[in-house]
Design a protein around this ligand. Structure first.
Ligand SMILES: Nc1ncnc2c1ncn2[C@@H]1O[C@H](COP(=O)(O)OP(=O)(O)OP(=O)(O)O)[C@@H](O)[C@H]1O
Ligand SMILES: [Mg+2]
Length: 278
């Protein structure tokens, strides 16, 4: 399959690079972030290396519900020293695993600095020796924990639907990330569209306001059709469907999966932002 080959190529080019961090975010809730994160994880894991999905929804997670798994422990249990990190990781399929953050990341902020640094190094080392990609599913809106996570990532992916309220909130999120966190590049997916033209119109409307009122550059990854079959897939806790996979694969092919070297690591950026917010 041509699409698969293209994803392979991206991996080969990025061979020397470190782990890539992708976060999936939205202004409005219910636009498909969790479904897209899980499917994205699966697609990348089949083509471009090992993937860890982290529920960046500090406390209010639903990745595990969609997958029909109940993680016995989350990152919090690791932070308080109850279990080793390996025990928090839940395998989903070959090359694809999941960690529930629980309230874990938030707890980090209150730790003494030396302990914090040590934990971050271990988390970073674990992620970077075991996974090529870490994907964060986030809660909707502009909470400071979410903006910290999204702005620390290499690839902020914004999800919206064609609904005017979802579009307005997607713009609101981009504006905050751009003005307060200095994020310049965003990647947009328009979900639950009737057809591709509708997706393009939504992208254009967001691009125009962003160009006018912010310094954000929004890149269009593509759209995903409203797919009634998805409901059954989710009821069966097997949230994968051929049409959805195809559209999302096409969107991912437009993501430049090469990571530019940065002065600080994802984890260092995240922690300094979380600290500032607390
Ligand atoms: N392309 C689609 N076609 C049909 N239904 C969809 C599609 N994408 C998502 N859905 C449905 O929309 C609902 C919300 O999806 P999901 O839970 O992934 O959204 P979310 O953005 O993670 O929500 P929240 O903001 O509450 O975390 C689910 O019932 C899902 O099945
Ligand atoms: Mg969700």
């Amino acid at each position: 399959m041509m699409e698969t080959q293209a994803l392979h190529l991206l991996k080969a080019e990025g061979k020397e690079q470190r782990t890539g961090y992708i976060s999936v975010a939205s202004g409005k809730g219910g636009v498909g972030k969790t479904l897209i994160t899980i499917n994205m994880g699966r697609i990348i894991s089949k083509n471009s290396g090992k993937v860890l999905i982290v529920d960046g929804d500090l406390g209010l997670s639903n990745v595990h519900i969609m997958l029909g798994i109940t993680p016995p422990k989350n990152l919090y249990h690791y932070f308080v020293g109850e279990v080793p990190l390996e025990e928090v990781v839940v395998p989903i399929e070959e090359n694809l695993a999941f960690i529930s953050s629980g309230s874990g990341v938030k707890e980090l902020v209150n730790l003494p600095a030396s302990q914090l640094r040590n934990l971050i190094y271990r988390l970073q080392e674990y992620a970077e020796t075991n996974y090529q990609w870490v994907l964060f599913d986030t809660p909707p809106g502009i909470h400071s924990d979410t903006t910290a996570l999204v702005s620390s990532s290499h690839f902020p992916i914004i999800i919206t639907t064609p609904e005017p309220t979802a579009i307005a909130d997607a713009y609101g999120l981009i504006k905050v990330l751009n003005q307060e966190e200095k994020v310049k590049e965003f990647y947009l997916i328009v979900n639950k569209v009737q057809n591709q033209e509708e997706g393009l119109r939504v992208f254009e409307s967001i691009r125009i306001v962003c160009e006018k009122f912010t310094s954000a550059e929004v890149k269009y990854l593509g759209s995903i059709k409203y797919n009634p079959k998805m409901i059954r897939s989710i009821v069966n806790q097997n949230p994968f469907e051929e049409g959805f996979t195809k559209e999302l694969t096409n969107a991912l092919l437009r993501l430049p999966l090469n990571i530019k070297p940065q002065a600080t690591s994802f984890w260092e950026r995240l922690i300094s932002k979380l600290r500032r917010g607390s």
